[in-house]
Design a protein around this ligand. Sequence first.
Ligand SMILES: Nc1ncnc2c1ncn2[C@@H]1O[C@H](COP(=O)(O)OP(=O)(O)OP(=O)(O)O)[C@@H](O)[C@H]1O
Ligand SMILES: [Mg+2]
Length: 269
Amino acid sequence: MSKNNVPVLEVKNLVKKFKNFVAVDNISFSIEEGEILGFLGPNGAGKSTTINCFLGVIKPDGGEIKIFGKGLIKNRSEIMQKVNYCSAEYHMPWNLSVYESLLVYSTLYQVGSAKKRILELLELFDVSDLRNKRIRELSFGQRARVSIAKSLLNHPRLLLLDEPMASMDPDVVDRGIRLIKKIQKEEKISILYTSHNMWEIEQVADKVVFINHGKVIAQGTPLELTQQELKLEAKEPNLREVFIHLSRRSLKEGIEGKGNPSTSLRVKS
Ligand SMILES: Nc1ncnc2c1ncn2[C@@H]1O[C@H](COP(=O)(O)OP(=O)(O)OP(=O)(O)O)[C@@H](O)[C@H]1O
Ligand SMILES: [Mg+2]
């Protein structure tokens, strides 16, 4: 909880439809101050759609989103000053240099001492030598590093990370995870973290919300989920097995008519 016992993010009964298709189906959960929530689910489960609702870039069809205790719709500009976002798919201005691009974001977020902050973050993610290169000249992994540096520019209180390390090499992922944990600890930042790499989630997540077909189907700490879904006596989390188990279980439920299995890979189990 934050100082006045208000969750940093609180979502209640969120619904998002694309025409007749329900992409997000009555989702509720919260993130407390300084907490990292692993937001998991198979391809097409509704994770990015939910995050886009939190950013206010798409309009929900139902439910309530509160960030820092305030309704998102009415207070979006104020809230977004202290929120940031990073995704493997995020496109930064193509023709600007890394430095120019981060300067544009610094202006949007009204970052004080912008030059110092940019150089500090480029150094932190080991991309200082790329600062004069244009974004379009970077490799995927280099772009991902610049994008995560961008997401920290405004010292966010809430960070929404949608597969932030998907194209980074294992060494950079390892360093990125350590940095995120350090920043979370020092700055008490709250993070929603989506990834298909269960190792990353086991490293960072205090708790996990697992969704499929737009619904929350399990939640708990990584160890609790492992005990609930796999083995009561488990001593270590095993989110990879939990992920496979939950995805296949909800696929079967979908086939029996309780959901829409069209977005999951059909496998014989
Ligand atoms: N703009 C859109 N119009 C129509 N359908 C959409 C739109 N955006 C997403 N969807 C659908 O909503 C569902 C959820 O998509 P979403 O991108 O949220 O999944 P995800 O959990 O982020 O998946 P992934 O792990 O592949 O990134 C999918 O079935 C997708 O096809
Ligand atoms: Mg996604």
